[in-house]
Design a protein around this ligand. Structure first.
Ligand SMILES: Nc1ncnc2c1ncn2[C@@H]1O[C@H](COP(=O)(O)OP(=O)(O)O)[C@@H](O)[C@H]1O
Ligand SMILES: [Mg+2]
Length: 224
């Protein structure tokens, strides 16, 4: 295994310890996503939460690895244009990414980066824009999502928390499905309700909740 593969393993339990209960929980999550909508398969999926540090980025990256391990082509897209984190997890440069594609317009090659995980590619955030919500809500963003649909079996989008800023809600309406990450014993009930309300307002298809239990280290749960 290459050096970079070894270093990304530290942050990704699905690579570091594929037999762990947490890795197993991600496989269950993968299966549940597959079966959540049989008539209209989920092709674009977004992860959000009520607050920072609830494990959105970590959970999404592990889910992406797990789906790639099932021999599907996956693209991870960093739409957290406030606190992007996917490039750090994968030790990837971030000079070009999502924002470069949107701002440069045209239809040149997408700056998709390969990762040490076969089948998994990454579109990092790129330089942070002054008004993330406008960028995510733009017509060009819609075009980009369409282009990405042609590039992989599953496209996973990371976002900022849905309660604080509108970015996630703007994107949610354009996704086939939305997953909400809650942290066991930490996410406030009223905030979780507020997140659901905001997502339902834009007619998002909330397909499930990922329960991230960082404290107890018992890993992850999933409730459909
Ligand atoms: N289940 C977990 N167990 C241990 N640490 C976790 C877990 N989930 C997240 N973390 C850690 O918590 C921090 C915040 O997680 P992150 O995925 O960046 O959250 P968010 O994207 O919601 O802000 C990171 O340092 C991450 O490694
Ligand atoms: Mg994050």
């Amino acid at each position: 295994m290459s050096t970079s593969a070894t270093s990304i393993e530290t942050g990704l339990i699905t690579l570091r310890d594929p037999r762990s209960p947490a890795a197993e929980a991600y496989r269950t999550l993968r299966t549940n996503i597959q079966f959540s909508s049989l008539d209209k398969p989920i092709h674009t999926l977004m992860m959000t939460s009520t607050a920072a540090d609830e494990g959105k980025t970590t959970s999404l990256a592990n889910l992406a690895v797990t789906i790639a391990q099932a021999e599907q082509r996956v693209i991870l897209v960093d739409c957290d244009l406030r606190r992007p984190g996917l490039h750090d997890i994968f030790n990837a440069p971030n000079e070009h990414g999502l924002t470069s594609v949107i701002l440069e317009q045209g239809d040149g090659l997408l700056p998709l980066q390969s990762t040490p995980v076969p089948g998994l590619r990454l579109l990092t955030s790129g330089p942070l824009p002054p008004r993330p919500a406008d960028l995510l809500g733009s017509r060009r963003m819609e075009t980009l999502i369409e282009r990405l649909r042609g590039e992989a079996d599953m496209i996973l989008f990371d976002t900022p928390p849905v309660v604080a800023v509108t970015d996630a809600a703007v994107l949610a309406s354009r996704m086939d499905g939305v997953l909400l990450v809650l942290q066991a014993g930490k996410t406030r009930r009223d905030r979780a309700r507020e997140a659901r309300r905001l997502l339902e307002k834009v007619k998002a298809n909330i397909i499930g909740v990922v329960l991230n239990n960082a404290r107890l280290e018992t890993g992850y749960g999933y409730y459909g």
